[in-house]
Design a protein around this ligand. Structure first.
Ligand SMILES: C[S@@+](CC[C@H](N)C(=O)[O-])C[C@H]1O[C@@H](n2cnc3c(N)ncnc32)[C@H](O)[C@@H]1O
Length: 206
C-alpha cells in the first residue's frame, strides 16, 4: 500500500521474481535490485511532504535524482510543479517512470546518464529520495546537492536512517511513519524524515 494519497504507482509485490527477470533480461547474474519496482521509504517521505507542502514545488521546475519508479517526480507534478524530470542510471527505470506517469496522467521527463559526473542542471528544486544506502553513491550525492544549492536550487532529501545518511549538513523538515514492504525492509512501517541542506561544502568549494 502506498500511503501517498496523490500518487498511484504500479509496483511489484515480491522482489525475487522481478530481480530474476531483470537478470535474465540483462543476461547477467549480478544485477542491482530492481529499485524501480518499489516505492522506497525515503521517496515516500518526500512525496508525503509534498502533499502537505505543495508550495515547495508548485510553479517550479523539479529534478528527481535517483527517481526509481518516478515517485517523487510524480508527487511533485501532482503538487503543482510545472515540469519534473527523473534521473536514474538503472536501464529499466525509464520504462517504469513512463508507466507510472501515465497512471497519474502526468508527463515526467527522464535522464538516464549519471548526472553526478556533471554540474547540477538548472532546476528550481532537486528531490533526492533514498539515496544514502551505499557508500560510493552517498559520497558523491551530498557535495553535488550542495553545489546545486549554491546555485539557488532548493534541495529536499528523504531518508529512513540509511547507513550512509550524513550526520551533518542536513536540517530536518518533517518526519513520517511510512508504510513500506518487508520485501525491502525488516518491518512494514518505517520512520522516515525529510531534510534540506545546511552549510555543506559544495563540490567546487572542496
Ligand atoms: C533506493 S532507490 C530510491 C528510488 C526512489 N527515489 C524512491 O525513493 O522510491 C535508489 C535509486 O538510485 C538510483 N541510482 C543509483 N546511483 C545513481 C546515480 N548515480 N544517478 C541516478 N540514480 C542513481 C538507483 O538506480 C535507484 O533507482
Amino acid at each position: 500500500m502506498l500511503d501517498v494519497p496523490t500518487v498511484r504507482l504500479r509496483l511489484a509485490d515480491e522482489l525475487d521474481p522481478v530481480w530474476r527477470a531483470t537478470a535474465e533480461a540483462l543476461g547477467a547474474d549480478d544485477v542491482p535490485i530492481p529499485f524501480w519496482a518499489f516505492a522506497w521509504a525515503g521517496g515516500i517521505a518526500i512525496a508525503r511532504y509534498l502533499v502537505e507542502h505543495p508550495e515547495a514545488v508548485a510553479g517550479r521546475t523539479v529534478l528527481d535524482l535517483a527517481t526509481g519508479s518516478g515517485l517523487c517526480a510524480i508527487a511533485a507534478l501532482r503538487a503543482g510543479a510545472v515540469r519534473a524530470t527523473g534521473a536514474d542510471i538503472d536501464p529499466f527505470a525509464e520504462a517504469a517512470v513512463a508507466l507510472n506517469a501515465r497512471a497519474n496522467a502526468v508527463r515526467v521527463g527522464f535522464v538516464g546518464r549519471d548526472l553526478l559526473d556533471d554540474e547540477p542542471p538548472a532546476a528550481d528544486v532537486i528531490l533526492a529520495g533514498d539515496t544514502w544506502y551505499e557508500g560510493p553513491l552517498a559520497e558523491r550525492v551530498l557535495p553535488w546537492l550542495a553545489q546545486a544549492a549554491t546555485h539557488g536550487t532548493s534541495v529536499l532529501v528523504g531518508d529512513p536512517g540509511r547507513r550512509y545518511l550524513p550526520a551533518i549538513g542536513l536540517v530536518q523538515l518533517a518526519a513520517y511513519d511510512v508504510h513500506t514492504t518487508t520485501q525491502l525492509e525488516d518491518r512494514a512501517v518505517v520512520a522516515a524524515r525529510v531534510f534540506t541542506l545546511s552549510g555543506v561544502p559544495s563540490r567546487s568549494a572542496r
